[in-house]
Design a protein around this ligand. Structure first.
Ligand code: AHR
Length: 532
């Protein structure tokens, strides 16, 4: 996406009016409260259907399930004997909700947990599986949910499995044997053990990661050491029986560029993907991250400033990758991203359970637009995490379940999966607070196999609606439909008592004007349009 900032040189009478409206109608407010202003700003948007780029990898819409808090146990897995309706132990309500998202890929079993997980604990008769302390996140893991249960979940969802191996506390042999157990169709002892445990045919495992955050919870390694370890372990990650396994290396977090430089210079030939982790904290301070629901305009703005930084990280890591891999064979896998807040008072700090508000929906829309626009290098992204942990799709409480505002964004954006990226050019004012500013609008677009164009636009401004003059180059759409996600309050949430307080509504606020269409986007909203 190209965003043009309005500069004096670019002034036309119309743009001058836009800036004037922006200045007059927004009261600068650096304190907590939101500016109580109505009004709108103007913007221009060109959808460049005449300049299609590559494909948006469907895996950008991927998810992540770690043994953490109430994600696996309670959120996905309730066991066959549960009163909660389930399919072979997996709760039906969550399955049905996730199926509607077309989950393309699911990462498991961690996260930090991956580097303490030993796969043999989670296969064989459930009653005989060992109970192990979850050293990363607390509690005891019964291992009731293991390889077979995860693969069953993936098959029920139609998602591709992304298995994260244990480099931190496991051996290359253990890693190699797990892959053989899962994917070999031979008459080997491990393939036969899988059959004995109930699965005749091997599974497809297209993605396998060699460790997780090896610079941190995965072993506190230096990049040089990890690069050597990666090469050693990756040698034993084999493709069996026609399963083409992609090997993913641990990448950096945020701006740890030295890690990327060392990994790419020493191991690019041995990898298919390199990860990137980036979490959005309203304050940027891990000691006091900020509340999920109690925030003012300063936190809203700071959250958006911080989440937009992912674009800078993608661009700079990609530039390093380009030096060693100009043909872009190695994918950048943003396999952990999302908001991370302080736990609500009284909540278990290790469980990472948090509410999810309209602000999270806006964050999700922004990130997905950025990933779409960088899909030449970004081949996968996995929001953290799918149920009951961090920026979740669904929250559960016993037998109750709700869909979060972030869920709705994923559901609205699923049209981009596997579609052709269409560039967009935006001319929009800034949403400014104090000395800091972000673009007021942010967007991406695609064209699907049927020829329909899909445009997703986020209005980051919590106070002003946007009047967007849209034109489409290279196509003449005759029909526009769309949906909008917004709410009265910036911190509106869905609760078990009011599970549909934030949900998408039809978007009809547009009209044709000459060669252009004017869209009226509400403040703090996410809109997805289909143009045919
Ligand atoms: O998603 C929670 C944790 O965040 C993951 O386990 C870890 O990889 C990251 O630090």
């Amino acid at each position: 996406m190209r965003v043009k900032r309005l500069s004096p040189a670019a002034f036309t009478p119309r743009r001058a009016a836009a800036v004037l409206a922006a200045c007059v109608l927004t009261l600068t407010n650096t304190a907590g409260a939101f500016a109580q202003t109505a009004g709108s700003f103007r913007a221009e948007l060109a959808v460049r259907a005449d300049r299609p780029r590559g494909t948006i990898n469907k895996n950008i819409y991927g998810h992540f399930a770690e043994h953490l808090g109430r994600l696996v146990y309670g959120g996905l897995w309730v066991g066959e004997g549960s009163n909660i309706p389930n399919t072979r132990g997996l709760r039906n309500d969550v399955l049905a909700a996730l199926k509607r998202l077309n989950v393309p890929v699911l990462r498991w079993p961690g996260g930090c947990f991956a580097d303490e997980y030993h796969w043999r604990d989670g296969v064989g008769p459930r009653g005989q599986r060992p109970r192990r302390p979850n050293a990363s996140w607390g509690g005891v893991d019964t291992n009731a949910f293991g390889t077979h249960e995860f693969m069953d979940l993936c098959e029920l969802l139609g998602a591709e499995p992304y298995v994260n191996g244990n480099l931190g506390s496991g051996t290359p042999q253990e890693m190699m044997e797990w892959i053989e157990y899962m994917t070999s169709d031979s008459d080997s002892t491990l393939a036969n053990l899988r059959r004995q445990n109930g699965r005749e045919k091997p599974w497809r495992v297209p993605y396998f990661a060699v460790g997780n955050e090896s610079w941190g919870c995965g072993g506190e390694m230096r990049p040089e050491f990890y690069a050597d370890e990666y090469r050693r372990y990756a040698t034993f990650v084999k493709s069996h029986s026609g399963n083409q396994i992609q090997k993913l290396a641990v990448g950096s977090q945020s701006d740890y560029y030295e890690w990327t430089e060392v990994l790419m210079s020493r191991a690019a030939k041995q990898m298919d993907g390199l990860s990137l982790h980036y979490y959005t904290l309203p304050t940027g301070d891990w000691g006091k991250k900020g509340s999920a629901t109690e925030f003012g305009e300063r936190d809203w703005h700071a959250t958006l400033v911080r989440t937009l930084r992912v674009e800078e990280f993608i661009e700079k890591h990609s530039a390093i990758m380009d030096k060693y891999d100009p043909q872009k064979k190695v994918g950048l896998m943003v396999d952990e991203w999302g908001t991370w807040y302080d736990p609500a008072p009284g909540r278990d700090t290790g469980a990472l359970y948090q509410q999810n508000s309209l602000r999270d929906a806006v964050v999700a829309g922004i990130n997905l637009n950025i990933f779409n626009n960088h899909s030449d290098r970004v081949r996968m992204a996995n929001i953290a995490q799918v149920v009951n942990v961090l920026q979740a799709m669904v929250l559960t409480d016993g037998e109750r379940m709700l869909l979060t505002p972030t869920y709705h964004v994923f559901e609205m954006y699923k049209v981009h999966q596997g579609a052709t990226l269409i560039p967009v050019e935006l001319t929009a004012p800034e949403y400014r607070l104090g000395q800091s500013s972000v673009p007021a609008l942010q967007a991406s677009a695609s064209r699907d196999a049927s020829g329909a164009l899909h445009l997703s636009i986020v209005n980051l401004d919590p106070n002003r609606a946007a009047q967007v003059s849209m034109k489409v180059d290279g196509a003449t759409p005759r029909n526009i439909t769309g949906r909008v996600l917004t709410a009265q309050a910036v911190n509106a949430v869905n609760t078990f008592e009011r599970p549909e307080a934030v949900r998408p509504a039809p978007f009809t606020n547009f009209k044709a004007e000459g060669g252009a269409t004017t869209l009226s986007l509400p403040s703090k909203s996410v809109v997805v349009l289909e143009l045919r």
